[in-house]
Write a protein that binds this ligand. Sequence first.
Ligand code: MN
Length: 727
Amino acid sequence: MESCSQHYEALRQTLQEHMPDKDLSVIEQAIAYAQEKHKAQKRKDGSPYIIHPLAVAQIVADMGLDTDAILGAILHDCIEDTDASFDDIAKRFGTVAAELVEGVTKLTRANFSSSEEQQMENLRKMFMAMSKDIRVVLIKIADRLHNMRTMQYQTPEKQIIKCRETMDVYAPLAHRLGMQKMKWELEDIALRYLDPAGYEDIMAYLKAHKEQDEAFMRAIQERITTRLTEMGIQGTIYGRIKHVYSIYRKMKQQGKSLEELYDIYAFRVVVDTIPDCYNVLGHVHDLFNLVPGRFKDYISTPKPNMYQSLHTTVIGKQGIPFEVQIRTWQMHETAEYGIAAHWKYKQGAGAGDEKDFEWVRRLLESQQDTDAEDYVNSLKIDMFDDEVFVFTPKGKIVSLPAGSTPIDFAYAIHSGVGNALVGAKVNARIVNIDAKLQNGDIVEIITSKTAKGPSRDWLNICQSNQARTKIKQWFKKEKREENVLHGKSSFELEMKRLLLPLPAAMDEELEKALLKKLSFDNWDDMYAAIGYGGLTAVKAVGRIRDDINKAIKAEKASQTPVRVAPEGEPEKQNRHAANGVIVEDIDSCMIKFSKCCTPVPGDAIVGYITKGFGVSIHRADCPNTAGIRDPRQAARWVRVRWDNVEEQPFETTLELDCLTRDGLLLDVAMVMTAARIRVKELYGKDMPGGHSVFTVRFEVKNIAELESVRNRLLNIRDVLGSRRGQN
Ligand code: MN
């Protein structure tokens, strides 16, 4: 059993080396606090629990991280396993340390084991995304490393799960963060449990060849050392066998047995300066034969994880090839500790945050490697804003666009789940279906067989195209009638807005041509498409607008003014004034002002003989007068003009296009009152995009008065435009 004081002594020594001037009392307080909190717990091997956080703190201290990170490591299991709270830790040891502990706790609670290969990248991304501070990741990797070192006390099932997870998530992360040493150790331990036979084979082989290997490495080391001494170059040379998992992987990849695998020796020459690196390289190539195609200069072109070294493979007299890596001490540090080495330099050089920034910048710039982008993507802790990673209740990971809601989640699972959605739980709590999902949330969709299907609002709530498409599909299929109605009204609104005639007022030829242009067989199909969102009304109208206008122009040019005088009858000058309008050629008839365009004296007008309701008066530019050009209806259109004798009120309508804001209705009402206009009706309607349309029905004497009112209305703030009503 390991003793606690032994661990603390080692930690204290490391810290004194790294930060000789630091007051260690806060770290001692944290240890005492963690010890007290964990006192009821034991490790699987029976030792006091505090051994674990101390060991993790030791690993973190070896990386050279700062005091906050060491505090975070000592306290890393306190929130998860004891009654310690974030607030309590923050009060005693500062917010930064408490946030680190909280970050580690979040990662501990998330489930990173998954058997699906394609999920691995997402898992790693989520891991990074969940840790807003890179130190959280480093502490978590240290935590995992110590747990791997004590893996023998776990059950066989747990061993497999943890080792798989280590291979899938922790080792690749260590690699991406440039921490070779930790990566190797994680991989080797994991391999021991995942393929014990394969691991043992390699170990046995290495053991059997130990003397031979050592003699070989000694000889090479001596040759290089001698040469460097001769040349007056300061350097340290290490020889080693590559780590077990890298040998294992090479065997698998190249399909070779251990005996056939030559490339297992690696030498490392560490020198003071970069010129020395290239010097040493020259001497190595002089001493041994170069294996072509194996030289790599990672000094001039660092790997994306900041790794720098010269690599070359050579063959000695024995005919055994081996790799030589040449680097400076600083490169060595970076190679061993990766991103963590950054803290070491920072503390040593006393540099500020600028160096932090510099590091990230360099990282982002070094994109030469093919997987650089991948690496950078996975490192973008804060820059990870476009994706969110959540779990199904069974632990499957789902990646969604940032800002996604339970609706997006449901449709990502299956459209059937989305269509039956009636509610959602996040982390076992009921939430609104428009709740924004956070990284690591466990999302559960509540469905019902009697669900009515998606609502149109969902189209505005959901973030993913997938959800949007599936919701639209549902509407397309399930709600044709409703779609036709919805679509028709938005289409007609748009047509009216542009003063175009409605399909009902068009002649057959034109209708056919327009439908063809729109690629629909009939209007209902097109309305349905607009209704479910496959097409917008603006787009549809935009596509036919020019054709309609052209048709109207052509008609106007080719046709003589409408005459209604029956053939053979002399033109009479009979006039009949009723309600201020004179209908030419007709003695006596009922006059009605059409509701669609509400003409007022001064407007150009035409008359239409209705069945049983006399003559209805339209403005000449009313879309419903398009039938005037239909020869079959020509007989029903009559010429009319205003009789200016009478002065009576005429009802008319204006539609105002406005930006939606409070109080606008009141402003409109005030203007009308000030103008002494009698208002019959006034209402507003919200339109998409923060717009609204106000409709005012009121009485005026003539076009002049109408225009004056219109100008006043247009002076109101946020009133963008106006048009004569057509309803
Ligand atoms: Mn732990």
